[in-house]
Design a protein around this ligand. Structure first.
Ligand code: CO
Length: 353
Protein backbone atom coordinates (compact mmCIF):
# COMPACT_ATOMS: atom_id res chain seq x y z
CA UNK A 1 0.00 0.00 0.00
CA UNK A 2 2.63 2.49 1.12
CA UNK A 3 4.96 1.41 -1.69
CA UNK A 4 2.20 1.97 -4.28
CA UNK A 5 1.59 5.44 -2.85
CA UNK A 6 5.30 6.31 -3.00
CA UNK A 7 5.56 4.96 -6.55
CA UNK A 8 2.65 7.15 -7.68
CA UNK A 9 4.19 10.16 -5.89
CA UNK A 10 7.44 9.53 -7.78
CA UNK A 11 5.66 9.40 -11.15
CA UNK A 12 3.60 12.50 -10.37
CA UNK A 13 6.63 14.45 -9.10
CA UNK A 14 8.88 13.71 -12.06
CA UNK A 15 6.23 14.38 -14.74
CA UNK A 16 6.72 17.89 -16.17
CA UNK A 17 3.62 20.10 -15.86
CA UNK A 18 4.20 23.84 -16.19
CA UNK A 19 1.08 26.04 -16.27
CA UNK A 20 -0.33 25.63 -19.78
CA UNK A 21 1.39 22.28 -20.42
CA UNK A 22 -0.29 19.92 -17.97
CA UNK A 23 -0.81 17.20 -20.61
CA UNK A 24 1.62 14.63 -19.23
CA UNK A 25 0.34 14.95 -15.67
CA UNK A 26 -3.24 14.73 -16.93
CA UNK A 27 -2.49 11.55 -18.90
CA UNK A 28 -0.80 9.98 -15.88
CA UNK A 29 -3.73 10.76 -13.55
CA UNK A 30 -6.31 9.57 -16.10
CA UNK A 31 -4.43 6.28 -16.53
CA UNK A 32 -4.27 5.84 -12.79
CA UNK A 33 -8.01 6.48 -12.34
CA UNK A 34 -9.32 4.23 -15.13
CA UNK A 35 -11.43 1.47 -13.61
CA UNK A 36 -11.78 3.38 -10.31
CA UNK A 37 -14.19 6.14 -11.43
CA UNK A 38 -17.49 6.36 -13.31
CA UNK A 39 -16.47 9.10 -15.74
CA UNK A 40 -13.43 11.05 -16.98
CA UNK A 41 -13.67 14.22 -19.06
CA UNK A 42 -11.45 17.11 -20.09
CA UNK A 43 -12.77 20.67 -20.50
CA UNK A 44 -11.66 23.39 -22.92
CA UNK A 45 -8.94 24.71 -20.59
CA UNK A 46 -7.49 21.25 -19.93
CA UNK A 47 -8.97 20.53 -16.49
CA UNK A 48 -9.48 16.79 -15.94
CA UNK A 49 -12.85 16.05 -14.33
CA UNK A 50 -13.33 12.63 -12.67
CA UNK A 51 -16.72 11.52 -11.32
CA UNK A 52 -17.20 8.85 -8.69
CA UNK A 53 -20.88 8.19 -8.01
CA UNK A 54 -21.90 7.61 -4.39
CA UNK A 55 -25.13 6.42 -2.85
CA UNK A 56 -25.97 9.89 -1.44
CA UNK A 57 -27.51 12.72 -3.44
CA UNK A 58 -25.03 15.35 -2.15
CA UNK A 59 -22.22 16.31 -4.60
CA UNK A 60 -18.78 17.26 -3.38
CA UNK A 61 -15.97 18.72 -5.48
CA UNK A 62 -12.35 17.84 -4.78
CA UNK A 63 -9.74 20.12 -6.35
CA UNK A 64 -6.03 19.61 -6.93
CA UNK A 65 -3.99 21.59 -9.43
CA UNK A 66 -1.78 19.73 -11.89
CA UNK A 67 0.59 22.58 -12.77
CA UNK A 68 3.88 23.47 -11.09
CA UNK A 69 6.06 26.59 -11.00
CA UNK A 70 8.27 26.62 -14.09
CA UNK A 71 9.84 28.86 -16.75
CA UNK A 72 9.24 29.80 -20.38
CA UNK A 73 11.69 30.73 -23.12
CA UNK A 74 11.38 34.44 -23.81
CA UNK A 75 13.96 34.82 -26.56
CA UNK A 76 16.87 33.14 -28.32
CA UNK A 77 20.04 35.17 -27.93
CA UNK A 78 22.52 35.54 -30.78
CA UNK A 79 25.19 33.88 -28.59
CA UNK A 80 23.10 30.71 -28.12
CA UNK A 81 21.72 31.34 -24.62
CA UNK A 82 18.00 31.41 -23.78
CA UNK A 83 16.32 34.29 -21.97
CA UNK A 84 13.44 33.21 -19.74
CA UNK A 85 10.33 34.39 -17.88
CA UNK A 86 8.92 32.77 -14.73
CA UNK A 87 5.57 30.95 -14.66
CA UNK A 88 4.35 31.21 -11.07
CA UNK A 89 6.07 32.61 -7.98
CA UNK A 90 9.78 31.84 -8.24
CA UNK A 91 12.71 33.36 -6.36
CA UNK A 92 15.71 33.76 -8.72
CA UNK A 93 18.09 32.91 -5.86
CA UNK A 94 16.86 29.28 -5.76
CA UNK A 95 17.29 28.82 -9.52
CA UNK A 96 21.03 29.29 -9.96
CA UNK A 97 22.88 26.22 -11.25
CA UNK A 98 19.68 24.16 -11.47
CA UNK A 99 19.28 21.58 -14.20
CA UNK A 100 16.29 22.04 -16.47
CA UNK A 101 14.58 20.53 -19.48
CA UNK A 102 13.55 22.72 -22.43
CA UNK A 103 10.40 21.23 -23.96
CA UNK A 104 11.09 22.01 -27.63
CA UNK A 105 9.05 20.92 -30.67
CA UNK A 106 11.74 18.38 -31.50
CA UNK A 107 11.70 16.88 -27.99
CA UNK A 108 13.11 17.47 -24.52
CA UNK A 109 16.53 19.16 -24.38
CA UNK A 110 18.59 19.16 -21.15
CA UNK A 111 20.04 22.46 -19.97
CA UNK A 112 21.31 24.35 -16.96
CA UNK A 113 20.45 27.71 -15.45
CA UNK A 114 23.82 29.37 -15.74
CA UNK A 115 25.60 30.68 -12.66
CA UNK A 116 28.94 32.47 -12.56
CA UNK A 117 31.69 30.84 -10.50
CA UNK A 118 32.54 33.14 -7.57
CA UNK A 119 36.05 33.58 -9.02
CA UNK A 120 34.65 35.90 -11.69
CA UNK A 121 31.97 37.67 -9.63
CA UNK A 122 32.35 41.36 -8.84
CA UNK A 123 32.25 42.53 -5.20
CA UNK A 124 28.73 43.83 -5.82
CA UNK A 125 27.56 40.54 -7.35
CA UNK A 126 28.88 38.59 -4.37
CA UNK A 127 26.77 40.72 -2.01
CA UNK A 128 23.35 40.84 -3.67
CA UNK A 129 20.75 38.33 -4.79
CA UNK A 130 20.42 37.71 -8.53
CA UNK A 131 17.61 39.29 -10.54
CA UNK A 132 15.36 37.34 -12.90
CA UNK A 133 16.54 39.32 -15.92
CA UNK A 134 20.10 38.12 -15.29
CA UNK A 135 19.21 34.42 -15.48
CA UNK A 136 19.54 32.36 -18.63
CA UNK A 137 19.32 28.76 -19.75
CA UNK A 138 22.34 27.14 -21.39
CA UNK A 139 21.80 24.04 -23.55
CA UNK A 140 25.31 24.17 -25.01
CA UNK A 141 24.32 25.89 -28.25
CA UNK A 142 26.78 28.47 -29.65
CA UNK A 143 24.39 30.57 -31.73
CA UNK A 144 20.75 31.42 -32.36
CA UNK A 145 20.92 29.35 -35.54
CA UNK A 146 22.00 26.33 -33.55
CA UNK A 147 19.06 26.81 -31.15
CA UNK A 148 16.67 27.09 -34.09
CA UNK A 149 18.11 23.94 -35.61
CA UNK A 150 17.43 22.18 -32.26
CA UNK A 151 13.77 23.19 -32.61
CA UNK A 152 13.79 25.73 -29.75
CA UNK A 153 11.55 28.79 -30.05
CA UNK A 154 10.11 31.53 -27.81
CA UNK A 155 7.21 30.14 -25.78
CA UNK A 156 8.81 26.76 -25.13
CA UNK A 157 8.24 25.54 -21.59
CA UNK A 158 11.19 24.90 -19.26
CA UNK A 159 10.87 22.62 -16.20
CA UNK A 160 13.22 21.46 -13.45
CA UNK A 161 15.10 18.24 -14.06
CA UNK A 162 15.10 16.73 -10.58
CA UNK A 163 15.17 13.06 -9.57
CA UNK A 164 12.79 11.76 -6.92
CA UNK A 165 14.39 10.30 -3.80
CA UNK A 166 12.85 8.46 -0.89
CA UNK A 167 14.59 7.47 2.31
CA UNK A 168 12.50 5.97 5.11
CA UNK A 169 9.58 8.32 5.76
CA UNK A 170 11.09 11.22 3.79
CA UNK A 171 10.49 12.01 0.13
CA UNK A 172 12.42 14.65 -1.83
CA UNK A 173 11.42 15.87 -5.28
CA UNK A 174 10.01 18.67 -7.38
CA UNK A 175 6.42 19.87 -7.76
CA UNK A 176 5.03 18.53 -4.45
CA UNK A 177 2.94 21.72 -4.80
CA UNK A 178 0.57 20.37 -5.97
CA UNK A 179 1.24 16.79 -7.00
CA UNK A 180 0.66 15.98 -3.30
CA UNK A 181 -2.91 17.21 -3.75
CA UNK A 182 -3.23 15.17 -6.97
CA UNK A 183 -1.91 12.09 -5.15
CA UNK A 184 -4.34 12.51 -2.25
CA UNK A 185 -7.28 13.01 -4.65
CA UNK A 186 -6.37 9.89 -6.67
CA UNK A 187 -5.99 7.76 -3.54
CA UNK A 188 -9.28 9.04 -2.10
CA UNK A 189 -11.14 8.25 -5.35
CA UNK A 190 -9.68 4.74 -5.29
CA UNK A 191 -10.54 4.03 -1.67
CA UNK A 192 -13.87 5.84 -1.23
CA UNK A 193 -16.56 3.53 0.22
CA UNK A 194 -19.91 3.04 -1.55
CA UNK A 195 -21.90 4.90 1.12
CA UNK A 196 -20.44 8.33 0.29
CA UNK A 197 -21.50 11.49 -1.48
CA UNK A 198 -20.94 11.68 -5.22
CA UNK A 199 -17.43 13.04 -5.56
CA UNK A 200 -16.34 15.04 -8.59
CA UNK A 201 -12.60 15.65 -8.64
CA UNK A 202 -11.15 18.47 -10.73
CA UNK A 203 -7.47 18.22 -11.56
CA UNK A 204 -7.01 21.81 -12.61
CA UNK A 205 -4.68 23.84 -14.83
CA UNK A 206 -2.78 27.10 -14.32
CA UNK A 207 -3.21 27.54 -10.56
CA UNK A 208 0.28 29.00 -10.28
CA UNK A 209 -0.56 31.65 -12.89
CA UNK A 210 -3.64 32.92 -11.03
CA UNK A 211 -6.09 30.11 -10.11
CA UNK A 212 -7.35 29.97 -13.69
CA UNK A 213 -8.62 26.42 -14.16
CA UNK A 214 -10.47 26.12 -10.85
CA UNK A 215 -13.15 28.75 -11.56
CA UNK A 216 -14.46 27.16 -14.74
CA UNK A 217 -14.23 23.67 -13.19
CA UNK A 218 -16.31 24.75 -10.17
CA UNK A 219 -18.86 26.43 -12.45
CA UNK A 220 -19.25 23.24 -14.47
CA UNK A 221 -19.42 20.89 -11.46
CA UNK A 222 -21.73 23.16 -9.43
CA UNK A 223 -21.10 21.21 -6.20
CA UNK A 224 -22.83 21.45 -2.80
CA UNK A 225 -19.40 21.89 -1.19
CA UNK A 226 -15.77 21.75 -2.29
CA UNK A 227 -12.38 20.90 -0.81
CA UNK A 228 -9.09 21.97 -2.33
CA UNK A 229 -6.17 19.62 -1.68
CA UNK A 230 -2.69 21.11 -1.55
CA UNK A 231 0.96 20.58 -0.82
CA UNK A 232 1.45 23.60 1.44
CA UNK A 233 4.21 25.65 3.07
CA UNK A 234 5.96 23.90 5.97
CA UNK A 235 8.44 26.32 7.52
CA UNK A 236 9.55 24.48 10.63
CA UNK A 237 13.13 25.21 9.65
CA UNK A 238 16.06 27.07 11.26
CA UNK A 239 15.37 30.79 11.56
CA UNK A 240 11.57 30.63 11.78
CA UNK A 241 10.23 31.18 15.31
CA UNK A 242 7.56 28.74 16.51
CA UNK A 243 4.68 31.21 16.64
CA UNK A 244 5.30 32.31 13.05
CA UNK A 245 5.21 28.86 11.50
CA UNK A 246 2.61 28.15 8.82
CA UNK A 247 2.73 24.35 9.21
CA UNK A 248 5.17 21.74 10.45
CA UNK A 249 6.28 18.42 8.98
CA UNK A 250 4.92 15.40 10.83
CA UNK A 251 1.93 17.38 12.14
CA UNK A 252 -0.60 15.69 9.85
CA UNK A 253 -3.01 17.38 7.42
CA UNK A 254 -3.32 21.16 7.66
CA UNK A 255 -6.86 22.52 7.88
CA UNK A 256 -6.77 26.06 6.52
CA UNK A 257 -8.35 28.81 8.60
CA UNK A 258 -7.45 31.70 6.31
CA UNK A 259 -5.14 32.87 3.57
CA UNK A 260 -4.94 35.75 1.10
CA UNK A 261 -7.62 34.21 -1.13
CA UNK A 262 -10.22 32.93 1.36
CA UNK A 263 -11.49 32.99 4.93
CA UNK A 264 -12.85 29.50 5.48
CA UNK A 265 -16.57 29.79 6.14
CA UNK A 266 -16.99 29.06 9.85
CA UNK A 267 -19.52 26.21 9.54
CA UNK A 268 -17.14 24.50 7.12
CA UNK A 269 -14.13 25.08 9.38
CA UNK A 270 -15.88 23.86 12.56
CA UNK A 271 -17.10 20.77 10.73
CA UNK A 272 -13.60 20.00 9.37
CA UNK A 273 -12.10 20.24 12.88
CA UNK A 274 -14.86 18.11 14.41
CA UNK A 275 -14.36 15.35 11.84
CA UNK A 276 -10.59 15.30 12.49
CA UNK A 277 -11.10 15.10 16.23
CA UNK A 278 -13.77 12.41 16.08
CA UNK A 279 -11.68 10.29 13.71
CA UNK A 280 -8.55 10.73 15.84
CA UNK A 281 -6.69 12.31 12.93
CA UNK A 282 -3.56 14.25 13.80
CA UNK A 283 -4.18 17.69 12.27
CA UNK A 284 -2.89 21.26 12.38
CA UNK A 285 -4.56 24.61 11.75
CA UNK A 286 -3.05 26.75 9.01
CA UNK A 287 -3.09 30.54 8.81
CA UNK A 288 -1.19 31.75 5.79
CA UNK A 289 -1.88 35.42 5.07
CA UNK A 290 0.51 35.59 2.09
CA UNK A 291 -0.56 32.61 -0.02
CA UNK A 292 -3.68 31.50 -1.86
CA UNK A 293 -5.20 28.37 -3.41
CA UNK A 294 -7.80 27.29 -5.95
CA UNK A 295 -10.32 27.50 -3.09
CA UNK A 296 -10.05 31.28 -3.39
CA UNK A 297 -11.67 31.05 -6.80
CA UNK A 298 -13.99 28.10 -6.13
CA UNK A 299 -15.80 29.61 -3.13
CA UNK A 300 -16.73 32.70 -5.20
CA UNK A 301 -18.26 30.71 -8.06
CA UNK A 302 -21.97 30.98 -8.93
CA UNK A 303 -23.92 31.87 -5.75
CA UNK A 304 -21.02 30.92 -3.47
CA UNK A 305 -19.78 27.42 -2.68
CA UNK A 306 -18.91 26.25 0.86
CA UNK A 307 -15.21 25.45 0.49
CA UNK A 308 -12.36 24.16 2.66
CA UNK A 309 -8.66 23.46 2.11
CA UNK A 310 -6.73 20.40 3.33
CA UNK A 311 -2.98 20.27 2.78
CA UNK A 312 0.00 17.99 3.14
CA UNK A 313 2.84 19.97 4.78
CA UNK A 314 5.79 20.36 2.38
CA UNK A 315 9.11 22.13 2.99
CA UNK A 316 10.65 24.27 0.21
CA UNK A 317 7.62 24.59 -2.10
CA UNK A 318 8.20 26.75 -5.20
CA UNK A 319 11.81 25.55 -5.39
CA UNK A 320 13.20 22.67 -7.47
CA UNK A 321 13.52 20.42 -4.39
CA UNK A 322 10.76 19.97 -1.86
CA UNK A 323 10.68 17.58 1.12
CA UNK A 324 7.70 15.87 2.73
CA UNK A 325 6.96 12.94 5.03
CA UNK A 326 4.97 9.94 3.77
CA UNK A 327 3.03 9.50 7.07
CA UNK A 328 1.62 13.05 6.58
CA UNK A 329 0.34 11.98 3.15
CA UNK A 330 -1.26 8.81 4.52
CA UNK A 331 -2.93 10.71 7.36
CA UNK A 332 -4.25 13.27 4.85
CA UNK A 333 -5.79 10.54 2.66
CA UNK A 334 -7.41 8.97 5.73
CA UNK A 335 -8.75 12.36 6.84
CA UNK A 336 -10.23 13.34 3.46
CA UNK A 337 -12.09 10.01 3.23
CA UNK A 338 -13.56 10.65 6.71
CA UNK A 339 -14.41 14.21 5.74
CA UNK A 340 -16.30 13.17 2.59
CA UNK A 341 -18.11 10.42 4.51
CA UNK A 342 -19.29 12.99 7.06
CA UNK A 343 -21.27 15.09 4.58
CA UNK A 344 -24.94 14.13 4.38
CA UNK A 345 -26.78 17.21 3.18
CA UNK A 346 -26.31 20.21 0.93
CA UNK A 347 -27.76 22.40 3.68
CA UNK A 348 -25.36 21.63 6.51
CA UNK A 349 -22.99 24.49 5.66
CA UNK A 350 -25.66 27.17 5.11
CA UNK A 351 -25.55 29.89 7.78
CA UNK A 352 -28.93 30.34 9.48
CA UNK A 353 -31.00 33.48 10.06
CO1 CO B 1 2.01 26.85 -5.51
Amino acid sequence: MREELVSLLERLSTAPGPPGMEDRVRRLIAQELRGHVDGLEVDALGNLIAVKKGSRSVRIMLDAHMDEVALMVRSLRADGFLEIVPLGGLDPAVLLAQRVVVHARSGDIPGVLGAKPRHVMTEEELKRRPKFEELYVDVGARSREELEALGVRPGDFVTFDVPFRRFGDAAIGKAFDDRMGCLVAVEVLKELPEDSPTVVAAFTVQEEQGLRGAGVAAYRINPDAAFALEGTIADDTPGVPEGKRVTILGGGPAIRVMDRSMLTQRLVLEHMIRVAEEAGVMYQLQLSPRSGTDAGRIHLTREGIPTGVVSVPVRYIHTPSSLALIPDVEETVRYVIQLLGSIRSAEQFRPSI
